[in-house]
Structure formats: C-alpha cells, structure tokens
Design a protein. Structure first.
Length: 258
C-alpha cells in the first residue's frame, strides 16, 4: 500500500476533482443513468466522490451503498458523506459482497477490476445482488493504450514496467465482454474515453500518475532515489519546453443482468 506525504495527498485530491478524472466519473454516472428511488451499489467507492453524486441523483427515496476494501479511503468517504441519510458505507473485499440477493437496481465499479486477479467471482457476486435486468457499469483503463513521451525511452519503459506490478490486469476492457457473458450479463456498450495532453496540468491525470509512479517506484525499492527523481523531473522539463505528451484511454462498459 502506497504511503503519501501531505503534498502528494494534496496533488491526488486536486486530480480526483480535476477535469480528467471528473470526466471519467461523469461518464460512469451518465452510463448508469441514476433515477429517483434507485438502489445503487458503488463497488470500490474510494473517497466517495461518485457516491455523493449518485446520492444526490437517487434522492430521499433511493439509496447508495458504498463498498471498499481500504479503511483510509472509507474514512475520506465518511467525512464527505456524513450528512447523507441515503448512503451506507461498508468495508470489505469485492469478492465477498455482504448484501441480499437482488438488493440493487444498478451497480457501478470505477477503476476497481484492474486490481482484482479473479474477476469472475466478483462478477458473479454483482449478478447475485442485482435485480433482473439490473444495469452494471464498469469503468477501467486499458493500459496498452498509454502513450507517454520521454527522451529516455528505456528509462520510461522501466518505470512503466514497475508500475505494472501494482495492478493485477492491465487489459480489463479487452477481457470484460467474454467474462461478463460467462457470468450472466448481456453486454450493451463499450465506449472509449481518451485523455490526451500536451500540457502538464496540475490537476490532470498525468500529474497524478507522475506522483503515484515515483512514490511506488521509490517505496518498492527497485529503483534508487536519484533515478526516480530524474524520471519525474524530465516530465517537468519536457512540459516547460513545450514537448510534453501523454495519452491514455479509459473504457466505460455497460451490461445488463440476465
């Protein structure tokens, strides 16, 4: 588990509410199409930003259940959602959903499945707790779409290889159609959303990833401090010279419970 200093935590909070991640969150929100009275499961709710938006949309007659494995993330979510009577937050693993069968009309999982090695048990669990014809929305990155310029391509590939170790599956969107069908879902749509930047924006996805990758590389012990600092510094210099380029595609998958 990554440990963040105060400055890095502030960069992450800015990025979570910045344009790039807000676009991804909004795309999942729109695909889910929450209505008044809906009962929605937010699987991997994290710090509660999407949970809050869903709670507003379903209103007093609806309910949103936020579920996450991280106590630190849930603490942030509880602070954000403390005045919401139509939200419950629960800590637990995605493969063990503690809800009654057919409890939810809709479910959403935003950048969760890439951290799960065995996704079928999770999808079977979602099938169990969704009502017949219930809608499931999954948002995840296909990491093979990452294009990130560096004058030192060997070093960039080395750092991205280190970053790969923090996830279980780098190609979730490519795996999902078959996995969903095998778990009792009908695939409806698979839509790409690409982030493409030629500026290193303080609230952008690239700025957040630089912080995360640098911290992960340092804490994993597979690179030295100077190498990590040089990798991150190069991106700042490329941005100052007008040569920064970063692109990554996130996919929003919509399915129905059969």
């Amino acid at each position: 588990m990554l440990q963040f200093d105060e400055d890095t935590a502030r960069v992450l909070e800015d990025a979570y509410q910045g344009a790039d991640i807000s676009r991804r969150r909004r795309a999942s929100f729109d695909a889910l199409s929450p209505l008044p009275g809906d009962h929605i499961l937010d699987l991997g709710c994290g710090n509660g930003l999407l949970t809050l938006e869903l709670a507003r949309a379903v209103g007093a007659t609806g309910h949103v259940a936020g579920y996450d494995a991280s106590p630190e993330m849930l603490a942030a979510a509880r602070s954000r959602l403390e005045d919401r009577d139509n939200v419950t937050l629960t800590e637990g693993e995605a493969s063990n959903l503690p809800y009654e069968a057919e409890s939810f009309s809709k479910a959403v999982a935003l950048q969760v499945l890439e951290y799960i090695t065995s996704r079928r048990p999770v999808l079977h669990g979602l099938h169990r707790v969704l009502q017949p014809d219930g809608r499931l929305v999954i948002g995840d990155v296909h990491w093979d779409t990452l294009a990130w310029h560096s004058d030192n391509t060997a070093r960039m590939q080395r750092f991205l290889g280190v970053w790969d170790n923090h996830m279980a599956e780098r190609a979730v969107p490519a795996r999902l159609p078959e996995e969903l069908r095998s778990c009792g879902f009908t695939l409806e749509t698979l839509c790409p959303l690409t982030i493409c930047d030629t500026a290193l924006r303080p609230d952008g996805l690239a700025a957040m990833m630089i912080r995360l990758i640098e911290a992960y590389a340092r804490q994993s012990g597979v690179v030295d401090e100077d190498d990590a600092a040089a990798w991150a510094q190069e991106q700042q210099e490329l941005a100052q010279e007008g040569r920064f380029f970063f692109a990554l595609t996130h996919f929003i998958v919509t399915a129905r419970r059969q």
